[in-house]
Design a protein around this ligand. Sequence first.
Ligand code: AMP
Length: 631
Amino acid sequence: MPNYAEKYARSLSDREGYWAEEAQLIEWQQQPQKILDYSRPPFSKWFTGGTTNLCHNAVDRWLKTQADAPALIYISTETGAQETYSYAQLHAEVNRTAALLQSLGVARGDRVLIYMPMIPQATFAMLACVRIGAIHSVVFGGFAAHSLATRIDDAEPKLIIAADAGSRAGKVVPYKGLLDEALALAKSPPQNVLLFDRKLAPMPMQAGRDVDWETLRAQHMNASVPCAWLESSEASYILYTSGTTGRPKGVQRDTGGYTVALAASMRDIFDGKPGETYFCTSDIGWVVGHSYIVYGPLLAGMATILYEGTPLRPDAGILWKIVQDHKVAVMFSAPTAIRVLKKQDPAYLNKYDLSSLKALFLAGEPLDEPTARWISEGLGRPIVDNYWQTETGWPILTYPMGVEECKPRFGSPGVPMAGFDVRILHERTGEELATGEKGVVAIVPPLPPGFMSTIWRDDARFVETYFRSIPGREVYSSFDWGIKEADGCHFILGRTDDVINVAGHRLGTREIEESISSHPAIAECAVVGVADPLKGQMPVGFAVVKDPAAIDTLAARLALEGDVMKTIDKQLGPIARPSRVYFVSVLPKTRSGKVLRRSIQAVCEGRDPGDLTTIEDPVALAQLKDVVAGK
Ligand code: AMP
């Protein structure tokens, strides 16, 4: 068994040989003809000529050896529901759903937008799409009408699948109304909407457009829908993510490369084995949910837990109770969840039998050392930070727990995974920096399997966005600052762009600014991410009103702030709501009109605002400081 250093070195020196072997982790209908086609840099095409199917590898494959083993365990502490589906039962449900999609005219290459809470039907829908070669695009349930409409217009789905409502912390979160609003805003809405009725909220059906899931499912109980054998590079899904423009990017993933990369990650990173249970607390609307609630664990023949609930209900021991009750071997969560638990009684960490748990993986945002130490000591298990992005599909940096015994270093997400040629580069010169020096985390292409293949329908934007920001070098920029230390461990030090990270979720400040500016009383605004002890960062807004008389009393200011918040909730969803929107008479800008977001952020965090030689009006920053201080 080669150790990590040997494996990693070979993954770069003999890419094709390395991945040709890894390709055998999955089943192919037709073996790949070429392992890597890099004839059009920086686009990497993996396993070309090979045909396979993600659903076959995640579900059908296991029918031969473990049809009756649990595949999907659904637990909702919101509704009290608990359901277990064996591989055979999951297979049957996915076949029914696939038949149902076909009956609504969905065919290979069509997009299907999934806007659903954490219910088994969401998983059936994803698997059914990839089974027939339809491309799913899951939109997180926390996004509201405007965000949803933007994604509908970009993906142009043939069908939307939704439900009446979700539930969060005991409160019903209605989906159907938001969806109807989004459909009214969308330029080319689909003909049909398939709706699953949980009976949590009213679900008025629009005749001729809306179709009831259960009614249709009943017609396909014995359905058997063969897997479509896709060429490796055909798209499996699109997942939208925020960037520095107001327009979200459709991250497009292939089929063969993603399947192989996830299968390899399950073995090398998570050390997950068939028959074991995997528990990831993310949401299917995020990349972590795609890779490690749905596809990764099933590709490894594990049982995966789909959890609808918070870490605190019915009490702060719920996550550990789930670990005990389902003998969870591998768990994956986010630092925010652990920071939430840190404020609760630590006795919960010892209340349940956690002997089945091999390690707890955390990702999505910086994992601060005190939090890592607290949970590691509390659980007595390895805590494994891992760093990645929607774009990368699986961890860039972490500790390969399945390759060799690792002792993760607190505060560091570790070392590069196979195929990721990670470098720390100077942001202006592109020169490679010495160990210990802070620079941009970049990846030298060819990018490994599983990485996004392009931006949906926009190859030029893919190249322009990711490969043109570091002068003189056609390398992928992560837009994160980082440092590599002498032992090979990396540290991630925040974003280089205007993207912020709230509780592990990426938000573009531009999207929030556009929403605030759409309020009729607002002339212009700026949004920055400000350090938050619980969520890592929170957006904070600064707005200039068109008519100062609109905010001449405290009551008027508070009323307008509340109204602006409502606009954001309605357009983007509560997830994008800033902690405050302050009113100022002028925004700090350079003489060329660029808003000094970094200086605003520094003021909000009580830091030195930095070089202000280019500021147009120094009073602007002083005023901003006073407003934040409540003067
Ligand atoms: P997303 O694509 O929404 O998953 O967000 C990716 C971004 O989250 C990265 O570019 C980082 O800024 C941040 N991130 C993810 N994982 C980590 C981690 N383990 N440590 C520090 N930052 C992280």
